[in-house]
Design a protein around this ligand. Structure first.
Ligand code: AMP
Length: 282
């Protein structure tokens, strides 16, 4: 959170607050935030993993602790923010220790129109062999990839309908999406060591029961399971969808980035030190 002072002369009494979508991820250890490339080059151009959807990961990880009747400090949570853009985060005791987006929102999960993780050499290959420009490759990976690139649709409702009608391309797109998600759940389980909860949020995470069911299927050895009848409930409330015996709570926790921004703003403004630029680490 940073208070900006430009244009202050227009409304000298009005505090201006900017809430950065990357702020929640600044607690990531260097081992998670630094890419394994030449250090001087990386530092000269500020190339590192920043992460995005931070306001959502902050809000949802806190709400998940609340749902479990615990404080954020007491729990380790994997948050899966699955909207048109999608990212995962590992939150240990209220602090983000890993997230799937990087320098830009392109890294990580399969998204509506973004590829997520890809061998960076694919880009050299597209330039050298397909003759594509950097801008064309940028558009390909950000706008014509992910679910839309795989099957022509990026709306999970439409994809599920097509699968029900026997559409194989839609089924493969869904499988690729789930495969990537499962890899991240496994990886973040290893990063955290102990997981208390997995929280699904955003448009797909809150609404698409088949995505939640498929992402958790087969993870019993990790202590994770989904109860079919709880999973089929539609509700705007935070709720558990795991059976009682499961070691890890699986939850649906609707995100509210606007509320999180408002609360962070209120907390900063009500501290009353409105006269000087302030930077807090969220
Ligand atoms: P967001 O970016 O969080 O607004 O999420 C938008 C995405 O959520 C859409 O592209 C859909 O894929 C997905 N979505 C929204 N509503 C539903 C629903 N009822 N069932 C399945 N997916 C949904």
């Amino acid at each position: 959170v940073e208070r900006r002072v430009e244009h202050r002369h227009l409304r000298p009494d009005l505090p201006q607050v900017a809430v950065f979508d990357t702020a929640f991820h600044t607690t990531m250890p260097e081992a998670a935030a630094r890419y394994a490339i030449d250090v001087e080059t990386a530092d000269a151009h500020r190339i590192r993993r920043y992460g995005f959807h931070g306001t959502s990961h902050a809000y949802v990880s806190r709400k998940t602790a609340e749902l479990l009747g615990k404080t954020p400090e007491e729990v380790n949570v994997i948050v899966l923010h699955l909207g048109n853009g999608a990212s995962a985060s590992a939150v240990a005791g209220g602090r983000c220790v890993e997230t799937s987006m990087g320098l830009t929102p392109l890294e990580g999960l399969v998204m509506g129109t973004r590829s997520g993780d890809i061998d960076p050499a694919v880009t050299f290959h597209l330039k050298r062999v397909a003759g594509m420009s950097a801008d064309e490759i940028d558009v390909l990976l950000n706008k014509r990839s992910g679910l839309v690139g795989l099957c022509g649709d990026n709306d999970m409702r439409v994809i599920r309908r097509r699968i029900d009608e026997g559409d194989e391309r839609a089924a493969l797109a869904f499988d690729i999406y789930i495969h990537r998600l499962k890899k991240y759940i496994g990886a973040y389980t290893a990063v955290l060591g102990r997981v208390d909860a997995v929280a699904f949020t955003a448009g797909v995470g809150e609404n698409a029961a088949p995505v939640r069911e498929a992402a958790i299927a087969g993870l019993e050895e990790l202590g994770m399971a989904v109860d079919a009848s709880l999973n089929s409930v539609r509700s705007p409330q935070p709720r558990l969808i795991s059976p009682e015996y499961a070691r890890v709570a699986v939850a649906v926790v609707p995100t509210d980035e606007e509320l999180e921004i408002a609360e962070q703003t209120f907390a900063l403004v009500s501290r009353g030190d409105a006269d000087s630029p302030v930077h807090s680490d969220n």
